[in-house]
Design a protein around this ligand. Structure first.
Ligand SMILES: [Zn+2]
Length: 739
């Protein structure tokens, strides 16, 4: 036996003496998958581990927009990992440790790959600590998503995968986790996040806010809002609520106070008016000039202020531009003429039918205007000015002799929604004729004449120009927003009767001053576009929708993004149920409306809402046809079983991710019916059989302004989405002038 052979024999003997399991258990370490397996977004989420908790220590500087953060992630390996990925977009990674040791990382697009030198054995719990900084980006998709920088802070609306823009994440609903936030901001600002406020510690002019969200949450539902907020904390029905409204939404226009002397000329407010104040002015050869100060708050794109001119007694009507640039040829929504309102404006504007809509009705005809009319052109201002503006109107006279011009300062408004109106002061005419600041003397108008009547064709003015020394500020959306958020406890109580126990310990909502046109169901604390609210009274349907998502969307999350109808169809149907139980039209009324008003050949029926594809899973059809699908199910199985299905679905799948197949299986189990044909028809492409006595006869085709309240509100909220059949904001605005 050579020494070498002896060595081999010894080695074999040694190996033979080891327990046989030791070799078999030697793990194979492989990289975790870069995606969780969602066909719509193959790189979203990651494989090989499961996150239990995110602890996010963050500071955001509203001046520089920079975020600095330390994310501590507790996870457990579900395979033996040679490396694993986190989703992380844009920000700079400064350091990363796994269980306290610094480890190599690399980045490729949204994938941050972490490679612990010894790997991580399957079943092992591990902790990642990542320090990072940078200016978070707003994703340019689905109308903007992710991290929004606001005038005084930031707010996050992360659906479907915006979490990765502000912390390293396993960014897919399949990996839910609990969250703790420690967010440090200047003490003058407020911070709101998901869950319960656990602490507020101020140190050196900065406050650290700790929010805790113990229930498992999809990463896209994690959010924070930083800025000036009035926070209303209270408890109702055993649930702790935190509502937050940006106080800058309280007033949409400031008070007007006088700028010259003790008072000014004020238009007052009135629906559907055309108010003129007029002066005859002798214009010498070479021309003259009228200067005045104006403080205007006219409904943007619907109401206008302008300076009219004609040769005294003549027909050469036109409008004159402000030499300082406050007037433009913007026609706004051109609400004139087709509403029979202020037809005199056709001297300056020509209505143009740009979308006739359905040929059998004029209800949905959509007009714009050209900025020239029968005798002159359009120069006007709309919206809210910046305090007192200096306007300067040039009166031309190219002839060798004086001419007399009739000059009117005019304010024309449409039949709904009045803002504060128009104030005029410090009029100076270069010839001296008509110079005035409307003071209380022998001749307060100094030759100006307030016209009692509007031009021919307009309805009578309910009021007209008068003298005033102040105008109160105009209440803003904040008033309606606060009253709407106050509905939260009642809405949750109602939804609990329909969907079963509320799945979370806390509730509330956030309304920031931000130009977005959607809401998002952030877990326990949805965020709402301010444009869903008006200055008077609450708005209920959008609150009902977002709070219904707490069951359907948040507690039950989509298993992949194919299944958004399980979120949006249910939340929309919740609006119809609320409507039915609050005497605003039954779910059947809403079902009938869509059956009767969207013809079978409309593209609205084309999208397969059960698998709409990655570019269409937030389209309008998902909402409306998703709700119609549920109503069709209700008609098929009856009320008793239908509501049992809704409740069982929410309670049996609480905290889970869900698929359409699971919902159909549950509905079939409870109803003991084969429902595949029904769901294939309603979730697929093509016009469904509504099963109505007079199916889609279109005899009642009436357009959105005749829709039941819940559908009308939905159309208004979704009108800029792809797929919506009613897209005429003018018609909707007239139907429901809430904002
Ligand atoms: Zn929704």
């Amino acid at each position: 036996m050579t020494r070498r052979l002896l060595f081999l024999v010894s080695l074999i003997a040694l190996l033979g003496s080891l327990p046989s399991t030791a070799l078999a258990a030697q793990p194979v370490f492989t990289p975790g998958a870069p995606g969780v397996g969602d066909p719509y977004f193959p790189l979203d989420g990651n494989g090989g581990y499961d996150v239990a908790h995110y602890d996010l220590a963050l500071a955001y500087d509203p001046d520089t927009d920079e975020l600095t953060g330390v994310a501590t992630i507790n996870a457990k390996a579900t395979q033996s990992l040679s490396s694993f990925d986190l989703d992380f977009v844009g920000l700079d990674l400064e350091s990363l440790t796994v269980d306290g040791s610094s480890v190599p990382t690399s980045r490729d697009g949204q994938e941050l790959t972490v490679s612990p030198p010894n790997g991580i054995k399957t079943g092992t719990k591990f902790t990642v600590v990542a320090a990072y900084s940078g200016v978070p980006q707003t994703l340019d998709e689905f109308g903007g998503s992710g991290f929004f920088h606001t005038d005084d802070g930031a707010i996050i609306m992360g659906e479907p995968h915006g979490a990765a823009t502000w912390f390293p994440a396993n960014d897919h609903p399949r990996d839910k986790a609990s969250f703790t936030f420690h967010i440090t901001e200047p003490a003058a600002l407020q911070v709101v996040a998901n869950g319960a406020l656990k602490g507020q510690v101020t140190n050196g002019g900065e406050t650290t806010w700790t929010w805790d969200s113990p229930e498992p949450m999809a990463t896209y539902l994690a959010f924070m809002a930083i800025g000036h907020f009035d926070i209303h904390a209270y408890q109702a029905n055993g649930i702790k609520f935190w509502d937050a409204v940006d106080p800058s939404l309280d007033f949409d226009a400031p008070a007007i106070t006088t700028i010259d002397g003790a008072r000014f000329l004020y238009s007052q407010m009135a629906d559907g008016s055309y108010k003129r104040v007029t002066h005859l002015i002798d214009v010498p050869p070479g021309g003259a000039r009228i200067s005045f100060k104006i403080n205007r708050d006219t409904e943007q794109d619907w109401d206008f202020v302008f300076v009219e001119s004609r040769t005294a007694g003549g027909d050469d009507w036109t409008t004159l531009p402000d030499a300082n640039g406050h007037t433009t040829q913007n026609v706004g929504t051109c609400p004139y003429n087709y509403q029979g309102q202020n037809p005199f404006l056709e001297h300056y504007l020509t209505p143009v039918l740009i979308d006739p809509g359905d040929p059998s009705t004029t209800d949905d005809d959509f007009y714009s205007c050209d900025p020239t009319g029968s005798s002159g052109e359009w120069n006007a201002a709309t919206g809210t000015g910046n305090g007192w503006e200096d306007w300067q109107i040039e009166l031309a006279n190219a002839t060798a002799s004086p001419i007399q011009k009739e000059i009117s300062i005019a304010y024309a408004s449409d039949p709904a929604v009045q803002w504060n109106g128009v104030a005029i002061d410090a009029v100076v005419v270069s010839t001296g004729q008509g110079t005035t600041s409307f003071e209380e003397d022998a001749d307060p108008l100094d030759g100006w004449v307030i016209q009692p009547d509007p031009p021919e064709g307009s309805p009578p003015n309910a009021n007209t120009w008068t003298f005033a020394d102040s105008v109160a500020p105009r209440p803003g959306r904040g008033f309606g927003a606060r009253q709407s958020l106050d509905l939260g406890p009642d809405v949750l109580a109602y939804e609990t009767t329909r969907f079963g126990p509320y799945p979370f310990a806390t509730g509330g909502g956030v309304v920031d001053n931000l130009v977005v046109f959607f809401a998002l169901e952030n877990q326990t604390r949805p965020t709402y576009s301010p444009f869903f609210f008006g200055p008077d009274g609450p708005t209920d349907f959008v609150i009902v929708h977002e709070l219904a998502h707490q069951w359907y969307g948040d507690s039950l999350s989509v298993d992949t993004w194919q299944y958004t109808w399980l979120n949006e169809g249910f939340a929309t149907y919740a609006e119809w149920l609320w409507s039915e139980d609050h005497d605003q039209g039954s779910a059947e009324d809403n079902y009938d409306f869509w059956a009767e008003n969207v013809p079978p050949d409309d593209p609205f029926w084309n999208l397969a809402i059960g698998d709409p594809g990655p570019d269409h899973f937030f389209d309008g059809e998902i909402y409306v046809r998703g709700a119609l699908t549920l109503h069709a199910l209700r008609r098929e199985v009856g009320d008793k079983q239908f509501f049992q299905i809704l409740k069982t679905w929410a309670t049996s799948q609480r905290g889970e991710t869900v698929t359409t197949a699971e919902f159909i299986a549950l509905a079939e189990k409870i109803s003991k019916k084969d429902l595949d044909p029904l769901f294939s028809m309603w979730l697929g492409s093509g016009y469904p059989d509504f099963g109505l006595a007079a199916p889609a006869a279109r005899s009642k085709l009436q357009g959105p302004k005749h829709a039941p309240a819940a559908s009308r509100d939905l159309i208004r909220r979704l009108h800029d989405r792809q797929g919506m059949p009613f897209r005429n904001p003018g018609t909707l605005r007239t139907a429901k002038p809430t904002n």
